[in-house]
Design a protein. Structure first.
Lengths: 359, 601
């Protein structure tokens, strides 16, 4: 194998990619996924965390309180989120239906220390975003009431709890786990998946467009052609992953160990690319190869995620700066797998080349 | 009748071809892989996903708390004595000394504390769940009763929130008051049932089981909830639906795509085209096996999860849409890489379009724009009407049909086997459906039928720009909505111009613009009438689909904007197209600003 020959093939593939410009679609796709997932997170978080919602709802909600008096009424009246009216249940529900109220609460005459639970009936509007917000705001008040009731009945509880006092959380940190624990590994790893699908296309294309014969008749050997394609795909990975890291950092997301993250991605992506190469060499036809490879990819990724200290987890830990010596161990194991796969690819390509010459 | 026989023949060929491909040692390996997939899923379900392991570092002085925290793999727990912890406080995100949590104040520490809070409350409930006196541990139960609003949801859309400003006096309902029975004080479910449900729902919060259980039967607790459970239902079941239903469809449509592509590469299509069989029969015949296969997969899945067969109804337009796109992508792309990129891009966009609204299935009516929402509703046992069905699937039917039509018109030698660039191929495809004889009618129809696509694109923009802070999101949406519309309107004239520049005399130019503008207006109004009326009244909606009021003004706007683009084309040739679009976009935006927000005035 000559390095110069490899680079000739790699250059040819790059030229093809840039001519078609469809690689732009791949980049756009990643951007889309990033935006979309952050939309999801922000949207969801605001649904489940009333404090982040408060900016959408400055208004106080009108709610009706019906049934017996209880400490709940006091805390509802004290809340700045609600204006409470004491109303007859039927009238209140009718007003709710006309959207003149946001919710109706009915409290029974169960005593706080009774054996039975206190069952509150909560009427809210179906299929309504505002109703969901009201639910979330009411939840806090109900939780407080639950704690009070629990204290009254505490002598009936047997188990001893391990006590932890948690101070009131400061703001921020809502999206930390999402950004570092999901978005970063996903974005940085996506180029590897794209590259491995690309290598299948590049190889099967030569077979199906019947351009392989022409290529082999040049001084390039078959093995060199294969490795040239692997090289081209591999080179695309750090470029894209690096671009992501830079983009994230521009957006004010501090990423530690960016260099080491790139090293990990480069090495791990080679496993996928080699797997893709082997599949493509075996099937020499895109539909079959892509189908088998994508199924295999799901299996490999699922399996890897089930293992502690997997490369994806390592990306997270590197990004937050909690990775220690184990990263070198992971790197070593990955390199070992790569050596095995490289050898297999090399032998396979040589074997195919030989049958080409004889046949 | 003969058409029918032709279709069947082609379908049989197609089936034979794909089977001969699959049997070639793909089948054994895919069976092995499938078994491996099962094993891997089971294994992952057991051990959990280890993606976020060791994100946070916590120092603890109490072994009991240490073991409690260590059960969450996200924490790396260090057991030290109190003085050591206090001395090295900064090297940890959190430290717990004598049962009190101290937070180092960074974002990461806040995130860690929130995780700890969740873990702790889970631990507390797991202890409470074993209490003999369950109602001492859970003294408060909420019985949630959904009430159907008498007013339509249009009232919330148009900005009328649930009761405006709170007043001193209690609100008085205007309509008739129906007697609501006073709720009984007791829970009608046995304590043991409640305990079992509580234990289950506490476990549900682990990463995997939440996903695997999403499709199983709903809770037997009915409407009863503890306060902690009182929040909108988690939307994860729609993620599952995407995986369960949409991914197989995506895979199958890939096979269709490749079959078309292979026909082009191996030039077998030429033989087929030289037969007297009509192109539409060829296309339908080729698509039929995949269509049946996809429906069969869906039916199988429906049976497997024991859901109502009604689920298949909303999936059919989705299948139709996927196949139409697959056909066109297979016909358009020149190389495998292009095919991959375009198809991955398309499927991601389509999947998110399907997925995003269905998250809000239980929350908001807007969710109905996705057929997946109907599936979520069916699984939950809620009913939906034919109107709902039309509302959520019409865009899919329409766009699918238009794409099939474009593909059918272009399914011939010179298109299938040309090697031009993607954009010029797209232009050729369009040029084919613009009739030479009746260019104005064609333009009218083209711009009319572009409306469903524009709506789809604009819906996606809404999702994307939602990420930006408020004024920017509105500005971008404004610009982008205008640009999309102008591009769609301009594209027809551009195609005609590049086919025959001489055609565009000043007289023809005016007529062409008028045809496009009228077509656009008619399409817009029709579709609004059928479907989108419901969301067109919100603030975002008013930017996207403004101009319900009078007909003259929007028509004038469409006409002027197309005219700008057309004039630029006429004066500067093809390179005038993009500047023309930009100017038209600016004009369109100014119009929107003036009419929606009353600015400038």
């Amino acid at each position: 194998m000559k390095l110069r020959h490899l680079s000739i093939i790699a250059k040819k593939e790059f030229k093809g990619l840039f001519n078609e410009r469809t690689i732009l679609l791949a980049v756009l796709l990643q951007l889309f996924i990033a935006l979309f997932s952050s939309f999801l997170m922000v949207g969801l978080a605001s649904m489940y965390d009333p404090s982040s919602l408060s900016k959408y709802s400055h208004s106080r909600y009108s709610i009706a309180y019906s049934g017996n008096e209880s400490p709940l009424l006091t805390s509802l009246e004290a809340s700045s989120d609600f204006r409470v009216y004491q109303m007859d249940l039927s009238t209140a529900v009718a007003a709710l239906k006309e959207r003149k109220l946001a919710a109706v609460i009915f409290v029974p005459d169960t005593l706080p220390d009774a054996t039975d639970p206190v069952k509150i009936t909560l009427y809210t509007l179906q299929n309504d975003l505002q109703a969901a917000i009201v639910d979330v705001k009411l939840k806090d008040i109900f939780l407080k009431y639950e704690t009070d009731l629990r204290e009254i009945r505490a002598d009936r509880l047997k188990e001893e709890l391990i006590g932890i006092q948690i101070p009131k959380a400061g703001g921020g940190g809502d999206f930390y786990e999402f950004v570092y624990g999901l978005l970063i590994p996903l974005l940085v790893f996506m180029p590897a998946i794209i590259a491995s699908a690309l290598v299948i296309d590049l190889i099967t294309e030569e077979y199906q467009h019947e351009t392989l014969e022409t290529l082999v008749s040049t001084p390039l050997t078959f093995t060199e052609i294969v490795w040239g394609k692997v090289l081209a795909c591999e080179l695309l990975v750090p470029v894209q992953a690096g671009a992501w890291l830079i983009l994230l950092m521009i957006n004010g997301i501090a990423i530690q160990n960016a260099g080491l993250i790139l090293v990990q991605v480069i090495v791990t992506s080679l496993i996928l690319i080699l797997l893709g190469t082997l599949t493509a060499l075996h099937y020499r036809e895109r539909t079959a190869a892509q189908f088998i490879f994508s199924t295999a990819l799901v299996v490999v990724i699922l399996f890897a995620l089930a293992l502690p200290d997997n490369p994806l987890n390592l990306l997270t830990r590197l990004a937050v700066g909690t990775a220690a010596g184990e990263q070198w161990l992971v790197l070593g194991v990955t390199l070992g797998i790569i050596l095995m796969l490289s050898y297999a690819t090399y032998r396979y390509a040589e074997k195919i080349a030989k049958t080409h010459q004889t046949g | 009748m003969s058409t029918f026989i032709d279709i069947i023949t082609i379908a049989r060929w197609e089936l034979k071809k794909s089977f001969s491909m699959i049997s070639r040692d793909v089948l054994p390996l895919s069976i092995i892989l499938f078994i491996l997939l099962m094993i891997a899923t089971g294994f992952t379900a057991q051990t959990g996903l280890h993606l976020q392991d060791g994100m946070y570092q916590v120092g603890v002085d109490d072994p009991q708390i240490a073991s409690l925290l260590a059960s969450d793999a996200r924490f790396s727990v260090y057991l030290l004595d109190a003085p050591a912890l206090n001395a090295n406080g900064n090297s940890f995100d959190l430290i717990v000394v004598k049962g009190v949590v101290f937070n180092s104040g960074t974002d990461k520490a806040n995130a860690a504390q929130k995780t700890l809070e969740r873990d702790y409350s889970k631990y507390v409930s797991s202890v409470y769940n074993t209490e003999n006196d369950l109602f001492a541990a859970y003294p408060l139960w909420i019985d949630t009763q959904p009430v159907k609003s008498e007013l339509t949801f249009l009232s919330t859309q148009s900005g009328q929130y649930i009761s405006a400003a709170p007043r001193r006096i209690a609100p008085v309902p205007e309509g008739e008051i129906k007697i609501v029975p006073t709720p009984l004080p007791g829970l009608e479910i046995s304590t043991e049932d409640l305990r079992r449900e509580l234990v289950q729902s506490n476990e549900k919060n682990t990463q995997i089981s939440r996903y695997t259980e999403a499709l199983s039967a709903s809770s037997s607790m009915g409407t009863f909830k503890t306060p902690a459970q009182l929040s909108p239902p988690l939307p994860f079941d729609s993620i599952i639906l995407v995986f369960v239903f949409i991914f197989p469809l995506y895979f199958t449509s890939q096979f269709f795509m490749m079959s078309i592509m292979n026909e082009r590469i191996e030039r077998k299509g030429e033989i087929l085209l030289s037969t007297p069989i009509r192109t539409s029969s060829i296309i339908i015949g080729k698509a039929l096996p995949y269509f049946i296969g996809m429906v069969a997969i869906c039916a199988g899945l429906t049976l497997y999860i024991r859901a109502s067969p009604v689920i298949i109804l909303p999936l059919i337009p989705v299948i139709f849409f996927f196949l139409a796109n697959a056909l066109l992508i297979g016909m358009l792309s020149r190389s495998f890489k292009e095919l991959s990129f375009i198809s991955i891009f398309f499927s991601t966009v389509a999947t998110s379009y399907l997925f995003f609204p269905s998250i809000f299935a239980n929350v908001h009516v807007i969710s109905l724009i996705s057929p997946l929402t109907l599936i979520v509703l069916t699984i939950q046992g809620s009913a939906w009407t034919i109107t709902d069905y039309l509302y959520s699937t019409s865009l899919f039917w329409l766009t699918g049909a238009v794409l099939f039509y474009i593909a059918a018109r272009n399914f011939k030698d010179e298109r299938l086997f040309s090697e031009k660039k993607l954009l010029s191929r797209m232009r050729e495809f369009l040029s084919e459906i613009l009739s030479q004889k009746h260019p104005f009618i064609s333009l009218f129809l083209l711009s009319g039928f572009s409306i469903p696509f524009i709506f789809m694109v604009q819906m996606m923009c809404l999702v994307l720009f939602f990420n930006l802070p408020m004024p920017y999101s509105l500005v971008f949406l404004l610009l982008f909505a205008a640009l999309t519309e102008e591009t769609a309107k301009g594209v027809g004239i551009y195609t005609i111009y590049s086919r025959d520049p001489a055609f565009l005399t000043w007289k023809n130019l005016i007529f062409a613009c008028a045809a496009t503008a009228i077509g656009f207006l008619v399409g817009e109004k029709l579709l609004l009438f059928v479907t989108i009326a419901q969301i067109s009244d919100s603030v975002f909606g008013s930017i996207l689909f403004l101009s319900l009021g009078s007909l003259w003004l929007p028509l004038l706007l469409h006409f002027v904007c197309v005219l700008i683009v057309a004039c630029c084309l006429k004066v500067w040739g093809k390179k005038g197209f993009v500047p023309g679009l930009v100017i038209a976009m600016v004009v369109h935006c100014l119009y929107n600003l003036y009419f929606i927000l009353g600015w400038l005035g």
